[in-house]
Design a binder for this molecule. Structure first.
Ligand code: SF4
Length: 423
C-alpha cells in the first residue's frame, strides 16, 4: 500500500486483533519507535456504566495495539483517559475490562482526572491562549489516539479531534462548553497532536456519544492525519465534513480547503461476514420508509442506518420509499412481480404495512444500496450507480426509477447524497 501522511487505512472487520494488525502492518507506524519510548494510548472512555458499547473504545482494540507494541519491544505503555463529566475513567477501566489488559501486559492505567496538568500555549486562533493538559500525555514520547466513530448530540459527530478533550482537567472540559465549543475543539486538536490514530468503528452510535443505540459497523480506520481520519468518520456517519463545525475550524487553522480535501482512503479488504438482520431486532423500524434486507455485511447495514437517520433529520424520507440492501437468494427473487424483481423478505417490514414492491407499489422511490443490491436491479441500475442519475430502464425495473448507490460499501454520506440528488 502506498502511504502518505493523509492516507487512511481501513479494515472491514469487528475482530479486533487481526484487523488492528492489518492496519499496523500496512502503515508501519512503530518502525522508528525505540524500545525505551513511553507510549500513551488514549481511548475514549466517556461513560462508566455497563451499557458502554457504541460509546467507549472496545478494550479488544486497545489490547490488540498493546500486543503489537509489545511485539515491537516497547516496554513502557500507559492507557490514559479522563471520562465525561459525572463519569469516571477509574470505573470505566473496571467495567470495560481494562484491568485485565493491564495485568496481562503489566502496563499502567491512568485516570487523567488524577494526573498532574501542565499549561501548554495554543499558538493558534481560538478561545484559549493556553490549555491545561495531562502531564503524562504532554510528556510522553508517542501518543496514540484511539477514538470511537460515533454521533454526538452537540457537535453532530465525534472522532479523533474531539476525543482529545479527555486529556483536559474536568474544570476545563466544562469550560469548553461555556465558550465556542467547536473552535475550542479545533484549537485543542492543533495543540495536542497524537503521533498516530486508530479509530474504532466496530460499533458506532446513531444518535449520541453516550451510547444506547450501538450499531455494528465493523470498521477500523487508522492513519497519521486527524483531519483525514475525521473526514472518513464523518462520511461513515452520513455527514459532509464541511457540515461539522470543528472539522471546518480545524481545517482552517491548517490552511486546508475542506471542500477540496480528499484524503486517500485505502480499504485493505472487502466487507465480509454477511449476516441476516432480523427486522424485529433492528432499528430500521424507526424510519418512515420500508427497508428490505437481504444478506448484508454489517458495514453496509450500519451505513444505511446512519444515512436514514440523516435523511429523516432532513425530512427526505417518504413512507412509500423502499430501500434494498444486500444479496437475496433466488428463492427471494420473484421475477413475476418486478419492478423490484424480488419480493419483500419474509419477516422484513414496512413500518406502516403498506406499499411493498411486488404488490403493485406506486410512488415513492426505490433505492438500491451497495453493489449487491444495485446488481439485483440489473444493468440499467448498475450503469446509473455513481452517475448521480436514477435508472428507469433496468430490465428488472418496470416501475418507479431506481436510485442506485454503488460502493462496497457505500458510505452513509454517499447514500444521503444520492438520495438527495435524486429528488
Ligand atoms: S455491497 Fe459490499 S458491503 Fe454491501 S452487502 Fe454487498 S458485499 Fe457487503
Amino acid at each position: 500500500m502506498s502511504v502518505n501522511r493523509h492516507s487512511v487505512a481501513v479494515v472491514h472487520s469487528s475482530t479486533a486483533y487481526p484487523a488492528v494488525r492489518r492496519v499496523i502492518e500496512a502503515l508501519n507506524p512503530f518502525a522508528e519507535l525505540p524500545p525505551a519510548a513511553h507510549v500513551v494510548l488514549k481511548p475514549n472512555l466517556v461513560v462508566s456504566r455497563s451499557a458502554w458499547l457504541g460509546a467507549n473504545t472496545r478494550p479488544e482494540i486497545v489490547e490488540a495495539l498493546v500486543a503489537l507494541l509489545r511485539d515491537h519491544g516497547i516496554r513502557r505503555i500507559t492507557i490514559a483517559d479522563g471520562s465525561g463529566m459525572g463519569e469516571s475513567a477509574t470505573r470505566a477501566f473496571q467495567i470495560c475490562g481494562y484491568h485485565e489488559i493491564a495485568a496481562k501486559y503489566n502496563l499502567d492505567l491512568l485516570d487523567i482526572e488524577r494526573d498532574r496538568f501542565v499549561s501548554v500555549p495554543t499558538r493558534v486562533d481560538g478561545p484559549f491562549a493556553q490549555l491545561s493538559v495531562s502531564r503524562t500525555v504532554a510528556e510522553c514520547d508517542y501518543l496514540i489516539n484511539v477514538p470511537v466513530i460515533k454521533a454526538h448530540c452537540q457537535t453532530r459527530m465525534t472522532c479523533s479531534l474531539k476525543n482529545l478533550k479527555g486529556v483536559l482537567p474536568s474544570k476545563l472540559k466544562s469550560g469548553f462548553h461555556g465558550t465556542d465549543l467547536e473552535r475550542a475543539i479545533a484549537q485543542l486538536a492543533a495543540t495536542v497532536t497524537p503521533e498516530f490514530i486508530l479509530a474504532d468503528g466496530t460499533y458506532g452510535d446513531l444518535t449520541s456519544e453516550l451510547g444506547g443505540s450501538p450499531v455494528n459497523l465493523g470498521v477500523i480506520a487508522a492513519g497519521y492525519d486527524p483531519l483525514a481520519i475525521d473526514c472518513f468518520a464523518a462520511a461513515t456517519l452520513g455527514f459532509a465534513p464541511s457540515a461539522i463545525a470543528h472539522l471546518a475550524h480545524y481545517a482552517q487553522l491548517r490552511g486546508v480547503d475542506l471542500d477540496r480535501f480528499r484524503p486517500q482512503v485505502r480499504a485493505l479488504n472487502h466487507p465480509r461476514g454477511e449476516r441476516r438482520f432480523r427486522a424485529e431486532q433492528n432499528s430500521f423500524r424507526l424510519y418512515p420508509c420500508s427497508v428490505h434486507l437481504g444478506s448484508a455485511c454489517s458495514t453496509c447495514h450500519g451505513n444505511l442506518l446512519f444515512a436514514l437517520k440523516r435523511l429523516k433529520e432532513a425530512r427526505r424520507l417518504g413512507r412509500r420509499d423502499r430501500y434494498y440492501l444486500g444479496r437475496f437468494s433466488d428463492r427471494e427473487l420473484d421475477s413475476s412481480t418486478a419492478p423490484s424483481g424480488f419480493r419483500e423478505r419474509r419477516g422484513g417490514h414496512d413500518a406502516r404495512g403498506r406499499d411493498t414492491p411486488g404488490r403493485g407499489a406506486r410512488g415513492g422511490r426505490t433505492v438500491a444500496v451497495g453493489d449487491c443490491a444495485v446488481r439485483l436491479f440489473g444493468a440499467g441500475a448498475a450503469e446509473a450507480a455513481g452517475s448521480g442519475r436514477a435508472a428507469s430502464d433496468s430490465p428488472r425495473s418496470c416501475g418507479p426509477a431506481v436510485v442506485a448507490v454503488s460502493g462496497c460499501p457505500p458510505s452513509a454520506a454517499e447514500i444521503v447524497t444520492a438520495v438527495t440528488a435524486a429528488d
